[in-house]
Write a protein that binds this ligand. Sequence first.
Ligand code: NAP
Length: 434
Amino acid sequence: MMHLAIVGSGPAGYYTAEAALKQWGAGARVDVFDRLPVPYGLIRTGVAPDHQSIKAVARRYEATALSDEVRFIGNVTVGKDVSIDELMALYDAVVLATGAPQDRPLDIEGAQLANVFGSAAFVGWYNGHPDFAALAPDLSGTHAVIIGMGNVALDVARILAKTEAEFAGSDIVAHALAALGGKGIRRITILGRRGPHQIMMTPKELAELGKLERARPEIQAADLPDAEADAALDPGQRKSVALLREFAAASGSEKPIAIAFDFFASPVRLIGEGGRVTGVDVERNALDGETAVGTGEVRRLPANLVVSCIGYRSSPIDGVAFDARGGRFANDGGLIAPRLYCVGWARRGPSGTIGTNRPDGFGVIERIAAEVVPDAAKPGPAGFDALAGERGIDIVTFRDWRRIEAAEVAAARQGAPREKFVAIEDMIAARGTG
Ligand code: NAP
């Protein structure tokens, strides 16, 4: 019997569990741990609340979670409630699928000012992540600046610009819906340190900016390279740049909120008054090949809110080798140490789509099948249950989660799929006793 512990119940975790079922069927027992009492990681608290079709992939994870060989063990923090060494002693192999929940730090003067947030915090706030539900960003100002030109920047710009009606059918949490709705904000500037050809935004997500009720993308045609140069781009990037060209040509609409793309612009310092951000000093860059080089020319943008969307880092775990520069576990093709593996963003860093994690999960299971010989002396799940019992760890099971989920569905406002609990105590209370 192969006893497997997977740490993290997001896409990487559940695709790995799915792969284990394919590999060993009834010959495996898989425990999927999560520090929250609720599963699905990034699907629940990272994917934008108005992207319900992407969130629907959770149904696939549910099918895996409901199989006899797989258990969900929520409300357990590995590294605190149970150590990696303890898991290694109980299971044949341990796979870290813990994602990249921390913001890459914005390393400039003023980054600590009030109303400056990293995207993990800001996205976590509007998605009801318990760590960030109390963030209370002040959205009453007119100017927001978003740093970075990836899909997360697009999510944040779109969420800031949408009207209340445009959140119909989303599962945006009540506290965020009350604060958003495009009430105060009039200008959302997206800062890119490089040019239109170097954006990290994908076409489907970029196209959504052109369809907003009260907001319009604003792009200076002068920032766009000659059209012939687009031929050298890969097809996806060419589509994205074609959209930028469409947006540039369509400017002049009457919509009151501008989403301005500010290219070749690096933030060098955040300015504040009374401890609160009021502006961003931005240096003009030139491109040397694909690299941004500062020109020394600095201008000041007004900013009442700053959200930096410049990527993420994994959280280290005591006793596990960490690559501090890369912000992920030190690993060789997913192998950290004998019988200890990592997968998804914890392995490769924060890139790719949700689906990228599927081959990742299948790849790590292939390695485990080739490298790990099950040890009959490892107690697996029964051993963990004994340890949890001794320690009085309050485990949340998948059955508990389904009660929590039912309570969230029952509490949904009209047209919404659910109203999430945002406090861990409320999640735990909602599992009831049945
Ligand atoms: P990303 O795609 O890596 O984009 C990060 C952006 O931040 C880049 O434009 C980068 O510019 C910029 N940046 C990095 N460091 C910077 C600095 N110090 N100063 C200024 N700019 C800086 O990351 P992401 O947007 O966080 O997305 C993470 C992953 O999730 C991506 O794979 C993304 O596609 C995926 N995602 C997908 C969806 C979706 O499909 N709907 C939604 C959200 C996220 P340079 O290029 O110059 O480094």
